[in-house]
Write a protein that binds this ligand. Structure first.
Ligand code: IPE
Ligand code: IPE
Ligand code: MG
Length: 236
């Protein structure tokens, strides 16, 4: 990639369209999720190589538990397998994995695989990969509010301690704002993804299902980001 290209500091990816990708090939929806893992591996390697600092991946929303039990079970097993076996490259490339979302009601096996991956990568300092799993912005704001209220109740903080930085620190993870949010599949919505963090993000909605979102497509997205004029409420 060109040296003059600006790489967004924090990129959010809403990995959507796996089911439709499979259905259009006459396959069952879960085959799309499987293919998405290999697409994701290539993307992560690329993002680490070009120097992206933070990536937030939407892997499973709080609302995705509404899906057919068979699909949910498949996804939970896929998470275990991916974190235990497919993510070896992550360690080699100094990627640090963190998770955002509610632990409850994730199955024990998923939690174990998540905790192991976090532990194994905690000293890595290249790309921070924030995996949003059983994540919802509404749940995050509820959980943050509970945390802040209990700090206040126990006298650990004063009302004047609460400012925007404090709120950011008390979300699931203390992450910089999102600069760029990519949602594949041609849907134009956030679906409860990082609303607080995305307040000044640029958005990009390629009409490509996630399993087909190659490194080349990602580079096109970065070029598009470079055409945007970010003003943050000011004049430029
Ligand atoms: C995104 O793909 C993956 C998850 C939500 C886990 P979908 O499964 O939503 O695929 P479509 O949008 O139905 O095609
Ligand atoms: C958003 O996709 C969640 C993830 C990509 C993990 P959905 O497919 O669940 O979103 P809706 O239902 O189309 O809004
Ligand atoms: Mg979808």
């Amino acid at each position: 990639m060109d040296k003059d290209i600006i790489i967004p500091n924090h990129i959010g990816i809403i990995m959507d369209g796996n089911g439709r990708w499979a259905q259009e090939r006459g396959q069952i929806r879960t085959m799309g999720h499987k293919k998405a893992v290999s697409t994701l591996k290539d993307l992560c390697i690329h993002m680490a190589d070009i120097g992206v600092k933070y990536v937030s991946l939407y892997a499973f929303s709080t609302e995705n538990f509404k899906r057919d039990i068979k699909e949910v079970d498949f996804l939970m097993k896929l998470f275990i397998n991916t974190f235990n076996k497919e993510f070896d490259f992550i360690k080699k490339r100094h990627v640090k994995v963190i998770f955002s979302g509610r632990r409850d009601p994730l199955p024990e096996g998923v939690l174990k695989a998540m905790d192991a991956l976090v532990d194994e990568t905690k000293n890595n300092d290249k790309l921070v990969l924030n995996i949003c799993l059983n994540y919802g912005s509404h749940a995050e704001i509820v959980d943050m509010t509970k945390k802040v209220c209990s700090l206040y109740k126990s006298g650990k903080i004063d009302l004047n301690d609460i400012d925007e930085e404090f709120i950011q620190r008390n979300l699931y993870n203390d992450l910089p704002p999102l600069d760029f949010v990519i949602r594949t599949s041609g849907e134009y919505r956030l679906s409860n993804f990082m609303m607080y963090q995305a307040s000044y993000a640029e958005f990009y909605f390629p009409k490509i299902y996630f399993p087909d979102f190659t490194v080349e497509e990602f580079d096109k997205a970065i070029l598009e980001f470079n055409k945007r004029n970010r003003r943050f409420g000011g004049v430029k």
